[in-house]
Write a protein that binds this ligand. Structure first.
Ligand SMILES: NC(=O)NC1=NC(=O)NC1=O
Length: 166
């Protein structure tokens, strides 16, 4: 966590490196770095959300490379892997039945939509995630792109709030 005024003054490459674990979309990182300085955290969050508002299918698929499946605690020391583990901490892997249901649900989702199921896991139990997965399986392709992008924006803004503070 660094302070906003420190972030405002970082060299561009260091500022970009700090933002990189928020989402694997370099265009978003570059645009946010270029929009500095921010007068407040609220302005930073609003600008980040506005830039993310332009995301489409291409950005979704670009970002999914850095999001492990729900229930698959990612290995790896990279910052985004650690963030995923933390975000998914409420998914109790000790519940074998839940873990099996999530694996099966992920497989059905990937067969239906051709990409990993993405959900903002922070603050959700495994059961809530499973229920959301079942609901979203009934979406049309266009509805599901929009739903997944909304989750990606939530994850990204939560990670941004964790990276830059007062
Ligand atoms: N497939 C996923 O939904 N992954 C994730 N959701 C999160 O909130 N963090 C992740 O890595």
């Amino acid at each position: 966590m660094i302070a906003l005024n420190h972030f405002n003054q970082l060299p561009g490459d260091e500022a970009a490196a700090l933002l990189q674990p928020c989402v694997a979309i370099p265009g978003w990182t570059a645009a946010l770095v270029a929009a500095r300085p921010f007068a407040s955290l609220a302005e930073l969050q609003q600008t980040a959300s506005d830039i993310a508002g332009a995301w489409g299918r291409a950005e979704l698929e670009q970002a999914l490379s850095a999001h492990p499946r729900i229930g698959e605690k990612p290995a790896g020391a990279q910052a985004h892997a650690a963030l995923s583990r933390q975000e998914q901490s409420a998914v109790d892997n000790r519940d074998a039945q839940l873990a099996a249901a999530l694996r099966e649900g992920n497989a059905r989702y990937e067969a239906r939509f051709g990409r990993v199921f993405l959900i903002r896991a922070k603050g959700r139990s495994g059961e809530e995630i499973l229920h959301a997965l079942e609901q979203r399986l009934t979406n049309s392709d266009a509805e599901e792109i929009a739903a997944a992008l909304e989750q990606l924006r939530e994850i990204t803004l939560l990670r941004l709030a964790g990276a830059i503070g007062e």
